[in-house]
Design a protein around this ligand. Sequence first.
Ligand SMILES: Nc1ncnc2c1ncn2[C@@H]1O[C@H](COP(=O)(O)OP(=O)(O)OP(=O)(O)O)[C@@H](O)[C@H]1O
Ligand SMILES: [Mg+2]
Length: 303
Amino acid sequence: MSNTFLSIERLTQIFPDGAGGTLTVFENASFGIEKGEFVCILGHSGCGKSTIMNILAGLAEPTSGVVKMDGFEVSGPSLDRGVVFQNYSLLPWLSALKNVTFGIKARHPDWSKDRVEAHAREFLAKVGLEGEVVHRKPSQLSGGMRQRVSIARAFANEPKLLLLDEPFGALDALTRGTIQEELLKIWRGTNQTVFMITHDIDEAILLSDRILLMTNGPHARVAESVDITIPRPRNRTEIVEHPNYYAIRNHLVHFLGERSKALAGKASGGETQSPATVRIDRTAPSATEEDAEGERRLRAVND
Ligand SMILES: Nc1ncnc2c1ncn2[C@@H]1O[C@H](COP(=O)(O)OP(=O)(O)OP(=O)(O)O)[C@@H](O)[C@H]1O
Ligand SMILES: [Mg+2]
């Protein structure tokens, strides 16, 4: 994993279980993320996704194991890692604009006030917030607008790694669709690396280069890394026409519906737990009858 931008090595998290015992959320989990990749993680509630993200952000310490970014061990929060939480966590007493300039000032103490503001406005405009609205406080904004501000704030700091914990969880489908597209546009323009938690399979396919699949806990594992073999740029209406779309979707649904349970609860026995790579490509010349049979079986399970 020497060239890997983000390297998660034998990460173990054990919490007290509240009844005098312990809860092993995951153990010896290892995986990597390449520079510029967009990776989503899917798994059932409570399997440990936010716990992993908090460790990557440097907001929590694992029981054992290390996270390295650009070859350096992550310890404590840093402006190189931007986080968008599910509840957007804007500062309520500051306007949308000031919520964004706040971080830029910290990152670039040498920048003039005008430069900071122009940079903030540029990123707010990227998520469709322009004009008088940037002077409103979070309480005067809709949920979708607040979410846009928090995305603009995270991207405006130009962190090397962006960590998103269910950033669109609270939004209606329409707003969600628009913001997903805005997120993709900014990501394409900046070549940042994104690690995102979501519960939405279609969102994960639309956005990701790869999807990591987690089994249920305790002793959860990142069991698979599924390549999204659908070319970019993608949009939500055309993507479903791609021959790989339903094959990938069915694989994910089957994993979450059946295999995440079947594989759950097994201690690692000290072994490093790395995900298996899954590549489903119905367009490849080597797509065999066996693939077709596998896909029919998955459809049968999910229909
Ligand atoms: N600080 C803590 N102390 C004790 N147990 C904890 C702590 N934080 C998380 N847990 C437990 O660890 C497990 C994983 O929690 P985590 O929040 O990572 O799940 P998640 O996959 O993000 O779930 P969700 O999809 O519901 O957000 C849960 O069983 C949770 O109760
Ligand atoms: Mg969570």
